[in-house]
Design a binder for this molecule. Structure first.
Ligand code: MN
Length: 446
């Protein structure tokens, strides 16, 4: 059964991780498929805190969808160089003609193939007709090493096939050895599998724009999208399940799907989904919050706060406040981290730009760090080749933001937020990048 990766956007936030974990759980539970959650980057402070609080392991890192050697490597049985050729023969009979020879330390010695065997026979018999008198059983008793092709190219399991394609095409070999990062035997792969590797099966949650997705998404087989953002979706070859709904979090959509299937999430997963929901909606106060988010929060709380669970004794409010506090603040993170942790890239009106968001419990904090943060934002813009960048510093307690801008184009002079003496802009009542700031910026650019 192929693995289905459920993955959120790059610079993952809590909703992105929670919905990946929750939806992968639902796919396994409801559809009996091998779905695993993945993350498209390193975890932020808030998500790290909540995973720790719930005792959930971070999902595996998946930064791109381009197939690697591991996808086509087959772990065939092996012989040591000193084992008799007879043993290799037995293996080759089962593998379709090849037998890997592996040293005692786990590194590959080489490969026995039909060609290497004929080569060995040729050397054994030689030009002397008498050589032909040898008995088959003597021949099979010789060490496997003697009939082995030691020039078979080796590739690391985590190497992208795409990057090795030129070499593969130039090589005369039909089989290649795959090794792990220590150079130890991992398996054998066939040339024809390398030329047509299986596509990674991917479900996207909490985003649908390729610019926010893992790399080489076009090389994946996209199965489904489950999201609550504006459309910017990639083309697909076949029809897929595509859900973009106007709710406060993707975790809300996942919890609705779980309920629709007549299931209830285990307390830890319910707690994580609740965290995703409360994080995205700032404890159900953001203007993105809908009636469905309220209902989903109550349902998730019912599943998550049961006696004996890690969140026993919590309420939606107490858990939400602890969650937001865990990710907030500028003091404990260096400025590069503040401007890049929750960063989204966009393209509009001929501009490439980024909007980052950082949460604080008081906007006064910004004054102390403004200079360093402005510098980090300028560097980020330059480094990524962007036309401009905006950092939203959001006060999650009072529900307002201040905007730090880097190289804003002239059209952004018309932003409807008063300019403060330090050059930042005060956006009263603005907490949502998606629903409040982004539409305003797009409106000015287009
Ligand atoms: Mn979200």
């Amino acid at each position: 059964m192929p693995t289905i990766y459920v993955v959120g956007h790059v610079n993952p936030d809590t909703d992105s991780i929670a919905s990946a974990v929750g939806y992968a759980w639902l796919l396994r539970e409801r559809d009996d498929v091998q779905a695993v959650p993945a993350r498209a980057g390193s975890l932020n402070k808030q998500t790290t805190w909540v995973l720790d609080r719930l005792g959930i392991k971070p999902p595996r890192l998946l930064t791109d969808a381009s197939p690697r050697f591991v996808a086509v490597s087959r772990r065939m049985d092996t012989v040591t160089p000193s084992q008799p050729l007879r043993d290799a023969w037995a293996i080759a009979n089962r593998t379709g003609g090849v037998a890997p020879v592996v040293n005692e330390d786990g590194t590959p010695y080489g490969l026995i193939t039909g060609l290497s065997l004929f080569d060995f026979l040729g050397r054994l018999v030689g030009p002397r007709p008498k050589g032909e008198d040898q008995r088959i059983c003597d021949f099979l008793a010789r060490p496997a090493a003697e009939a082995c092709d030691t020039s078979v190219p080796r590739f690391r399991a985590d190497t992208h096939i795409r990057d090795a394609l030129n070499r593969i095409l130039r090589e005369e070999h039909n089989f290649f050895l795959v090794v792990d990062d220590q150079g130890r035997y991992h398996g054998v792969c066939r040339q024809r599998d390398l030329l047509n590797p299986p596509r990674l099966q991917v479900v996207l949650v909490d985003h649908n724009e390729p610019s926010q997705a893992i790399g080489a998404l076009e090389e994946a087989e996209l199965l489904e999208v489950l999201d609550h953002h504006r459309l910017g979706n990639p083309h697909t070859r076949a029809p897929i399940r595509f859900t973009v709904d106007v709710v406060g979090s993707t975790s809300t959509l996942v919890s609705e799907r779980i309920a629709e299937a007549g299931l209830s999430a285990p307390p830890e997963i319910a707690g994580l989904l609740l965290a995703g929901l409360l994080s995205d909606t700032l404890i159900l106060t953001s203007p993105t919050t809908t009636e469905r988010d309220q209902q989903a929060a109550e349902r998730l709380a019912r599943w998550a706060f049961i006696i004996g669970s890690p969140l026993e004794g919590e309420s939606i409010q107490s858990f939400g406040e602890a969650l937001l506090a865990a990710g907030a603040g500028l003091a404990s993170r260096d400025p590069d981290e503040v401007v890049s942790t929750d960063l989204k890239l966009y393209e509009a009106g001929g501009f490439h730009f980024a909007i980052a968001q950082a949460e604080v419990t008081s906007l006064v904090q910004l004054d102390e760090y403004l200079e360093a943060i402005q510098k980090a934002l300028d560097e980020l813009r330059e480094h990524r080749g962007l036309d401009f960048a905006i950092l939203m510093v959001t006060d999650v307690v009072r529900g307002s933001s201040r905007l730090v801008l880097s190289n804003p184009p002239e059209v952004l002079n018309d932003l409807p937020y008063p300019r403060l003496p330090d050059g930042t802009r005060m956006a009263e009542g603005v907490v949502s990048r998606k629903k409040q700031l982004l539409p305003v910026v797009l409106g000015l650019l287009e």
